[in-house]
Design a protein around this ligand. Sequence first.
Ligand code: NAD
Length: 464
Amino acid sequence: MKAHDGMYIGGRWLPAAGPDTIAVVNPADEQVIAHVPAGTAEDVDAAVRAAREAFPAWAATPPAERAAHLEALRDELTRRADEIAGTVTAELGAPPVLAQRVHVGLPLRVAGSYAELAASYSFEERINNSTVLLEPVGVVGAITPWNYPLHQIVAKVAPALAAGCTIVLKPAEDTPLTAQLFADAVHDAGLPAGVFNLVTGLGPVAGQALAAHEGVDLVSFTGSTAVGRQIGATAGAAIKRVALELGGKSANVILPSADLARAVSHGIANVMSNSGQTCSAWTRMLVHKDQYDEAVALAAAAADRFVPGEQVGPLVNAKQQQRVRAYIETGVAEGARLVAGGPAAPFETGYYVSPTVFADVTPEMTIAQEEIFGPVVCVLRYEDEQDAVEIANGTVYGLAGAVWAGEDAEAAAFARRIDTGQIDINGGRFNHLAPFGGYKQSGVGRELGPHGLAEYLQTKSLQF
Ligand code: NAD
């Protein structure tokens, strides 16, 4: 596949400072499809300097002009939609329909929403005798994961640019080609040099250098809670702003009055999409004891309809595949009952894992507590509503979830008792303008819509 052999810095593709490269592998057939440069602290430093240099002029650019630039960027991404979808399929393994609809479709909507918000947002407000100016924070260091390669980039870059910040992106090492295509789109959209910069590289090298760089004012990180903790500590020590979008272990709570078949089938589809590699996936299904056996049978049948290699792609790499299979073995060892799938790989080649459902899962089991990040659903039994609340809230995470009931009002009343950042009521649709982010160890800060824009702003009060 086409790959740049340099870094996009200051509006140009520049040679990397060091000779090392990263091999990009297609997880469906394990073939190397490209190499990209493995950036060093030197590359990161050059990128941060370029972003700093571009900052004053970009911050002073009228919001309507920034909006026009974002619109041009959205149009460039739209023009490349097929190429991006093909690249996401090649480096992540996403089935083509998912790649088109979600991996490309969602970021296009998000980019468009920030073009509109940049133009309509009130960057000034009046409070009594004060005028409060909402000013850009400065240079953003963005570090993104591989699971939704383009969406994770757009969810940071678009609001940062809308706010008047400039940005350096370090994308995940598994999916750098999508990030390079994004940089091409930025370039062809005619954004001013230096407002967006890209350094590909390894997390502990380029990512760490970016998080620690004194020229970065805000670190925006999406990824695992373990790395997020380190980044939070680094940013805290430097008194730097930080936004963390981390892991999840979300509950899908099915109340007795719900349409059980619908709730179970949505729940399984939610987890199997993207091969379970979704931070907000509802990986714990909570069912009332009287409906438990029926729900387990429905869940097993629903999971069996997701065929590896067709509806379900591979996991992103061999390490993730091993990790998920090890979790499935742990579930069996701890006494959970496999009703679909299992630890055996469905194919010899490709990093596939069979869609898996566990029954008889109890809340303290490892598979009910830790984020597996694969196509694995745990079905848990609850006694009554209070028990369901305690189980739903009984992990360190709080990113998302779902509640199902006969009436929306009943589900919404239950949702108020759940410690989590997003809850879908009776299959409510994803809203790309609603704030997305975690309670507890699922993160700090919010992305998307006006709340996502506010993360990149700081206030200055003028008293009259
Ligand atoms: P990861 O934490 O290993 O990597 C994420 C990014 O951080 C990558 O770009 C990586 O190169 C970089 N990185 C790794 N070590 C680093 C270090 N020491 N310093 C700086 N950067 C470093 O996570 P992953 O495996 O790529 O992604 C999966 C995780 O991301 C899951 O836990 C998932 O739940 C989480 N996630 C959260 C959200 C959310 O919005 N809350 C969204 C997607 C994924």
